[in-house]
Design a protein around this ligand. Structure first.
Ligand SMILES: NC(=O)c1ccc[n+]([C@@H]2O[C@H](COP(=O)([O-])OP(=O)(O)OC[C@H]3O[C@@H](n4cnc5c(N)ncnc54)[C@H](O)[C@@H]3O)[C@@H](O)[C@H]2O)c1
Length: 326
């Protein structure tokens, strides 16, 4: 049973803010939720008024140490990171500094304060170009971009912190997260994620860029596995309960299991928004694998987690959010 304060790094961001609401809906007192965020890529209006908010930067050791002095933290859910594959191919140093070194400051502050339970936002980007599909947790892990490597490095660090310090972690390897709910949704500046970009293109009649139509896939465009942010939020609640009851480290893929190509997404967005999407074909982007689909059986069997929403629900909810109707 969850009993004690939960530190949520990156809780003003897209996924973190949905998880915060989900935890409150599951009965966790807002006064037991401490959000730590530098607001560089998050939004203050996504933070519920009743929770504790501490502004600070993970790359500043004193900022994160202070949180543990001010609050008696029992568990950590760690979202704070940079999360753009494309940006990581231009500025890899930013990804290693923030996602690895910043994360280390957090782990060290946890050890100093005897906090030994963490749920970590990992990514399917750790698998690189998968040889076997759908991807299982024991697939090869050969990232093809610095973002994916930063996540894999952090997973490896967590393994050693378990062995040596007894810190227990659950790594949730998300596939493509999308959708909206609970009155909030995705709000990135700049937006790089495909579903909000497609919906924005359909509403504004701007052109949507397709990066590559010559992949070895049935229609030539990239195939991804989209998981609804509210399903993902539930995975965090279940992962934290598992961590507390079993006190063991583990790793889980969190995806829908269904691959959707970019051209299929365009058709679905057009059906739901009833507007045409103008698109333009561009070169492939470096660091983009052709297909990423998840086998999430392990999360189903061990965490009792399953995706409940499909791509149509995701697009409908994202459209409602983008049209500010939620
Ligand atoms: N969105 C996806 O599809 C996806 C997929 C796989 C993994 N992830 C991971 O999930 C996590 C959350 O993703 P998101 O889409 O919500 O991103 P986001 O950018 O919306 O949220 C990240 C939050 O962390 C904060 N942050 C970043 N660096 C910080 C630092 N040094 N100190 C304090 N706060 C900092 C940002 O201000 C932001 O509020 C990330 O770790 C990301 O890598 C996301």
């Amino acid at each position: 049973m969850i009993n004690g304060k939960i530190l949520i790094t990156g809780g003003a961001g897209y996924i973190g803010s949905h998880v915060v609401r989900h935890l409150i809906n599951e009965g966790i007192s807002p006064s037991d939720i401490v959000i730590f965020d530098n607001l560089e890529r998050g939004n203050i209006e996504m933070i519920p008024k009743e929770v504790i908010f501490e502004k600070g930067d993970l790359q500043n050791k004193d900022d994160i140490k202070k949180i543990f002095l001010l609050n008696k933290i029992s568990y950590v859910i760690h979202f704070a990171a940079y999360a753009y594959v494309g940006e990581s191919m231009v500025f890899p140093e930013k990804y290693f500094e923030n996602n690895v070194c910043g994360g280390l400051n957090l782990l060290n502050a946890m050890i100093e304060n005897n906090v030994k339970k963490i749920v970590f936002s990992s990514s399917c980007a750790i698998y690189g170009n998968p040889k076997v599909l759908p991807i299982m947790e024991n697939n090869d892990k050969i990232p093809i971009n610095p973002y994916g490597l930063s996540k894999l490095m952090f997973e490896e660090i967590l393994k050693w912190y378990d062995k040596i310090h007894g810190m227990k972690s659950i790594c949730l390897r998300y596939f493509n997260v999308a959708g909206a709910g609970d009155g909030i949704g995705e709000k990135h500046e700049p937006e790089t994620h495909v579903i909000p970009l497609l919906i924005q293109a359909s509403i504004s009649e701007n052109e949507f860029k397709i990066f590559g139509d010559d992949y070895k896939t049935p229609d030539g465009s990239c195939i991804r596995d989209y998981v609804h942010v509210s399903d993902l939020a539930d995975a965090h609640y279940k992962a934290l309960n598992y961590l507390i009851s079993k006190n063991e480290s583990n790793q889980f893929n969190i995806g829908n299991g269904n691959g959707v190509s970019i051209f299929t997404l365009i058709k679905k967005v057009e059906e739901i928004t009833r507007k045409k999407v103008k698109f333009v074909l561009q070169q492939r982007r470096e660091g983009d694998p052709p297909i990423l689909t998840s086998n999430s059986t392990k999360a189903n069997e061990i965490l009792n987690w399953k995706a409940t929403k499909d791509i149509n629900d995701i697009i409908k909810d994202a459209y409602l959010w983008e049209s500010k109707k939620i």
